[in-house]
Design a protein around this ligand. Structure first.
Ligand SMILES: C[S@@+](CC[C@H](N)C(=O)[O-])C[C@H]1O[C@@H](n2cnc3c(N)ncnc32)[C@H](O)[C@@H]1O
Length: 209
């Protein structure tokens, strides 16, 4: 996967998800409590380019978006009421619920894509390493809300300690910044390969796009 093709896929997903996002906001009557269009579109773009099971940590708009892809999706939320609200949205839009799980901990692993947007900031810190541990070899993680400097430092530290590689802040920021100033980080667990030393991921910022 290279950055240029990821950017093109990201653009396609932003367009594709725009009507769903509008319906989600109408359903919840709150734009700020849900992940942004550009962040969820980035997670979908990554998942579309790296097919396989998706772990959706923190239910909502992302839960509906991932279920448009056809790969298995596990959604986990610490808030059972909020999870049920998400389930209601899926039902109303005839999107299969699949696996919706109310939990504060999990030990599922081996996911191709993980979207980390669970609970409040305390929960984010508490489950960060658990979230990273759920990413399979060659898998990706999108960590939402990394515009909080202190949280981003902790995320970067944890990514480094777990052997992840990531897009530089300014590239992630440019791709996902929303009108509330929120943005997310994209990182991947590089898969050792005998020939190159890495997997097929070359997410280096080679253009301004
Ligand atoms: C930040 S929201 C976003 C989730 C989702 N990934 C999305 O794309 O919309 C998710 C977290 O907020 C918490 N939450 C609780 N009550 C909520 C509410 N009324 N609205 C939104 N989030 C709520 C839940 O714990 C949940 O895990």
């Amino acid at each position: 996967m290279d950055l240029e093709s990821l950017c093109a896929e990201h653009k396609r997903w932003k367009e594709r998800l725009t009507p769903l996002r509008r319906e989600w906001i109408a359903w919840t009557r709150n734009a700020t409590m849900s992940a942004s269009l550009s962040t969820v579109a980035l997670a979908c773009a990554v998942a579309a380019r790296n097919r396989g099971p998706v772990l959706d940590l923190g239910s909502g708009f992302s839960s509906a978006a991932f279920r448009m892809m056809g790969d298995p999706v596990v959604t986990i939320d610490d808030d059972a009421d909020w999870l049920e609200k998400t389930g209601g949205f899926l039902d109303a839009h005839r999107i299969g619920r699949g696996e919706l799980r109310a939990a504060e901990r999990w030990d599922d692993a081996g996911f191709s894509t993980v979207f980390y947007d669970l609970g409040d900031i305390r929960m984010r810190y508490a489950q960060l390493s658990n979230a990273l541990g759920s990413v399979g070899p060659g898998g990706f993680i999108v960590v939402d809300d990394t515009h909080y400097n202190q949280y981003r430092s902790a995320v970067r530290k944890a990514l480094e300690a777990s052997g992840f590689k990531s897009l530089p802040d300014e590239v992630s920021r440019r791709m996902t910044l929303d009108r509330f100033g929120r943005w997310s980080l994209l990182a991947y667990r590089s898969e050792p390969s005998a020939e190159t030393g890495y997997g097929s991921v070359t997410l280096q910022p080679t253009t301004d796009g």
